[in-house]
Design a protein around this ligand. Structure first.
Ligand code: SAM
Length: 244
């Protein structure tokens, strides 16, 4: 991975969200402290978006930001929307945060954590206008599939977070995983598919891609599947995935 100019923790701080805790332990190089859930005994405090961003603009979440290209373009294109990216691998979170810091973008923040844990413990119900999930890791081996982020529990946590009439955007270059995701969401009365919006979802760069993995898929001649769902007004009961 090409290294961007290195910024200090202080310089990156405005672009980095950390869970509030009096005993914060510095995170290592790999997955984040909250990689698979926050430590037991912690008392989650819902994020106050207004306080975090310093304004009352709508908030959108991206899960699995990787190097952060989508949020870079989205936050530049839509300065009146706030963007919150959740990435489980610290080096990618810092890479993305550095891109935003270098440009001084006021409307984007990053979290280094398991998205499911953040959605469950820190995102207030009906508080975001969209959730984007682009090219989530497929975890090919059968014994690893339980690590996939997009599960029934994740989908219900996402539905809980999105305001009525908000949007869920998904894309994948793995047809089998895309089918799994769409089967989960299609079974939920909390979501209604919006096929007419597919092409508008995740605005492309001039080169024709929205994320790094989309570029890799298209450069390799592969296909990309995408779907857009509207959050209905149906209530949603959170389900829990079976323990891995
Ligand atoms: C295949 S990459 C796609 C990155 C980016 N969305 C793109 O399209 O270029 C998937 C990303 O999701 C991150 N990820 C995997 N599981 C996650 C989880 N539970 N919570 C947050 N991020 C996760 C990975 O570290 C990786 O950066």
């Amino acid at each position: 991975m090409r290294k961007p100019r290195r910024l200090s923790n202080e310089e990156l701080a405005p672009w980095v969200w950390s869970r509030p805790t009096p005993h914060h332990t510095p995170e290592g190089k790999g997955e984040c402290e909250a990689a698979r859930g926050f430590a037991s005994g912690s008392s989650p405090q819902p994020i106050n978006w207004h306080t975090l961003f310093g304004n009352a603009n709508p908030v959108e979440i991206e899960v699995g930001t990787g190097k952060g290209l989508f949020l870079l373009n989205a936050s530049l294109a839509r300065p009146d929307t706030n963007f919150f990216g959740i990435e489980i691998v610290r080096k990618y979170q810092l890479y993305a945060a550095t891109r935003y810091a270098i440009r001084g973008l006021p409307n984007v923040k990053t979290a280094c954590a398991d998205a499911k844990a953040v959605l469950r413990e820190f995102v207030p119900a009906e508080s975001v206008t969209a959730v984007h999930v682009y090219f989530p890791d497929p975890w090919w081996k059968a014994r690893h599939k339980k690590r996939r982020v997009f599960t029934p529990e994740f989908a219900t946590l996402t539905a809980r977070a999105i305001v009525p009439h908000g949007r869920l955007y998904i894309a994948s270059d793995v047809e089998e995983y895309f089918d799994v995701m769409t089967a989960i969401v299609s079974a939920m009365p909390a979501f209604a598919i919006r096929p007419e919006e597919e092409e508008l979802a995740a605005p492309r760069t001039e080169a024709g891609f929205a994320t790094n993995f989309e570029r890799k898929a298209l450069d390799g001649g592969g296909a990309v599947w995408r779907a857009v769902y509207e959050r209905t007004t149906e209530s949603v009961a959170t389900v829990t995935d079976p323990a891995g």
